[in-house]
Design a protein around this ligand. Structure first.
Ligand code: IMP
Length: 197
């Protein structure tokens, strides 16, 4: 089976590749493998809206394929769940991960946020070759550290410490993320549903 991941995010794609590498019958592709692909603006109000936008944009070029579109983000409870759907662009339209992290730490400092509880959310929309839409969700709870630590992963990984851990996701690395992350939870629900077919 061919599965198309509707993402241009290299960090995410690495996680999917690692998580699915033990399934030899599943061949992974991404929008980078399409000859002419222009991403649509992610202007939805929710993770589900944006996951749909991504999935549908690839599906329109690959109507016969399995397509997985996914939107994820970090919600800091003391900041009213920001940056949320704005996670990728929190510090501006073309912000780098390090700039988003710096802005988040600054906002938390200015507003003296305590406790520093937060969670990642992931919503995946799978469009099947038959035209059905499947929706899966994952959540990883934890807290925001005081400074970036660790070199692995992407996005807010260097400042996110999952519940029950003392290290950030950027220290725990991809082995941890493909087992326990918000993304891994949504993916394992998808794989379970596939098995039922
Ligand atoms: P998008 O889902 O590709 O639009 O990206 C959302 C943004 O949320 C990313 O650019 C990261 O900043 C953040 N994000 C989503 N998932 C993760 C994760 O697993 N670790 C760290 N940051 C993440």
């Amino acid at each position: 089976m061919e599965l198309w991941i509707a993402t241009g995010n290299k960090g995410k794609l690495e996680e999917y590749t690692l998580a699915l590498k033990s399934l030899p019958d599943l061949k992974l592709f991404s929008q980078a493998d399409l000859k002419s692909f222009t991403p649509r603006p992610e202007d939805g109000q929710t993770f589900l809206d944006n996951a749909r936008i991504k999935a549908r944009s690839v599906k329109s070029l690959k109507p016969e394929a399995w397509v997985l579109g996914e939107d994820a983000g970090l919600e800091v409870e003391g900041l009213g769940n920001l940056p949320g759907v704005h996670s990728a662009r929190y510090a501006g339209p073309h912000a780098r991960d390090s700039e988003n992290v710096a802005k988040l730490l600054k906002m938390m400092q200015i507003r003296n946020i305590s406790p520093r509880t937060a969670h990642f959310k992931c919503v995946s929309v799978v469009l099947t070759p038959q035209g059905d839409e499947w929706i899966f969700e994952g959540k990883l709870s934890g807290k925001i550290g005081s400074k970036p630590v660790g070199l692995m992963g992407f996005g807010y990984d260097p400042i996110f410490i999952p519940d029950g851990e003392e290290k950030t996701l950027a220290e725990l690395g991809p082995g941890y993320k493909i087992q326990k992350s918000h993304r891994a939870q949504a993916l394992s629900q998808f794989l379970a549903k596939l098995k039922e077919l």
